[in-house]
Design a protein around this ligand. Structure first.
Ligand SMILES: C[S@@+](CC[C@H](N)C(=O)[O-])C[C@H]1O[C@@H](n2cnc3c(N)ncnc32)[C@H](O)[C@@H]1O
Ligand code: SF4
Length: 375
């Protein structure tokens, strides 16, 4: 399996929690897309396969640029690769960009899955986050996407927001279930450096939600979603009717992917590579032939750590067969030895020869994986 990730680094405005790479200045979109087309050409052999299973337009906000740019990137990919008929082609959309004409054009161009950044159905939360949409737009955008024929829709929600009560979080979930969404991602709000949220917390202008309250939101999320029939197939990802996100699943399953655009990451099974997180430098360097990326060849220990970190977060868990087939005996015995205590204290179970987190263990996923790491 191989995937292509396209990073569109523009946003309408800055959400107060976000430190992904984006710019609110849109004056060099044309040059940037041309640079990405050059990068696609230059790196056409990176994946060592021509068969593509998934394409993902993420950001930033891919939905704020003119559809002609998305189409030119899709056409370029089709000219270089054999994109499988069944390929999942996702585009992230912000609710206020969802317009009938745009959706119809993109559907015809091949986009078959939408990931809509709802974050919350509550105006209070949305204002706090400095989102560019309101609650009514959030609901309407999902309805409109369905009317335009998109039957593979995912939405993003954030919990653990300051002042978000349990009942507001439950209401958010209920609203999503009422809209019959088959896939969603729910993220705990994290306070990232260089964000307004971080600044406001440091200046004591706002108080973050306590860890115990945020944990309660996570428990509510697990309880309600499983009652309604959703599978929590990754700590932050839920689906029903087996609508797993193919592209994201490949990140967790050690599959190769090519990342195009400023700040995009790539992985070819041996090394990781990440592009410069600066739009102007990306454009300049790609046109002048200068280096616009860094890379790192992964050591065997790094590969083991990454496999453990990502697999442990999924319902498929860390496969002992995979470890035995891909790593030496010392690594496998380190894993077995260190996982014992997590099984004994019921944070993990061994099932079908794979180590999987229990519901309780999911709260400590980071601590458990660092304990399993080899440093
Ligand atoms: C980087 S955004 C890109 C998609 C799109 N621009 C949007 O806003 O929906 C991808 C997702 O990351 C999540 N995210 C970004 N920063 C986060 C943070 N600090 N805490 C929790 N979730 C965050 C949001 O749910 C967001 O939908
Ligand atoms: S959350 Fe999305 S819209 Fe908001 S700043 Fe980040 S990338 Fe842009």
């Amino acid at each position: 399996m191989a995937g292509i990730y396209i990073h569109i680094p523009f946003c309408k405005q800055k959400c107060n929690y976000c430190n992904f790479h984006f710019s609110t200045k849109k004056d060099n979109v044309e040059e940037l897309v041309s640079g990405m087309i050059i990068e696609l050409d230059q790196r056409k052999s990176y994946l060592k396969t021509k068969k593509i299973d998934s394409i993902y337009f993420g950001g930033g906000t891919p939905s704020i640029i003119d559809v002609k740019h998305i189409i030119s990137i899709i056409e370029k990919i089709y000219s270089l690769y054999e994109v499988k008929k069944s390929a999942e082609i996702t585009m992230e959309f912000n609710p206020d960009d969802i317009k009938k004409e745009k959706l119809n054009i993109l559907r015809t161009a091949g986009i078959n899955r939408l990931s809509i950044g709802i974050q919350s159905f509550e105006n209070k939360d949305l204002i706090f986050m400095n989102r560019s949409h309101n609650a009514a737009e959030a609901i309407n955008s999902i309805q409109l996407a369905k009317e335009c024929g998109f039957d593979n829709i995912s939405i993003d929600l954030i919990y653990g927001v300051p002042n978000q009560t349990e009942s507001i979080w439950e209401k958010n979930l209920q609203q999503m279930f009422d809209l019959q969404i088959d896939h969603f991602s729910a993220y705990a709000l994290t306070v990232e450096p260089n964000t307004k949220l971080n600044y406001l917390i440091k200046k004591k202008k706002i108080k973050p939600l306590s860890e115990s309250k945020s944990e309660n939101h996570f428990k509510i999320l697990q309880e309600i979603s499983s009652e309604i029939g959703y599978k929590q197939y990754e700590i932050s990802n839920f689906c029903r009717k087996d609508k797993f996100a193919l592209h994201n699943t490949s990140y967790w399953e050690d599959k190769i992917y090519l990342g195009i655009g400023p700040s995009a990451h790539s992985y070819n099974g041996e090394s990781r590579r990440w592009n410069i997180s600066n739009n102007l430098k990306y454009i300049t360097f790609i046109n002048s032939g200068e280096k616009y990326f860094d890379e790192e060849i992964l050591s065997i220990n790094q590969k083991y750590n990454e496999y453990t970190l990502t697999s442990l977060r999924t319902i498929w868990g860390v496969s002992l067969d995979y470890l035995e087939n891909n790593f030496d005996k010392m690594i496998t015995s380190h894993f077995k030895k260190n996982s014992r205590k997590w099984i004994e204290n019921e944070n993990a179970i061994l099932e079908n020869n794979s180590l999987k987190l229990t519901n309780k263990g999911m709260l400590f996923a980071d601590a458990i994986s660092s304990d399993l790491f080899i440093i």
